[in-house]
Design a protein. Sequence first.
Length: 95
Amino acid sequence: MDFLPSVIRANYDGGFRIHLIFNDNAEGSVDFQGWLEGPVFEPLKDPSYFQQFFIDGGTIAWPNGADIAPETLYEAVKSSSAAQPSAGAGGTIIR
């Protein structure tokens, strides 16, 4: 990957989903539930803690130090947007 994706905006989208916007304007909602395995991700299973995410170093992170590589998030957005219609200009992926 020649392009280094970076999350520039993130909004909670219900459940364990976060709507992400990247530095190339790619955007989509990602369901993080499948990644919540292992000790560092255990606190994130609490919905109120999950919602404490923030952008750090171009990716999504949580107060306990948990994060997911921006390349992984970017691939999740790109693969889901290829299979899903969008809502139009500036639109959210419709599921």
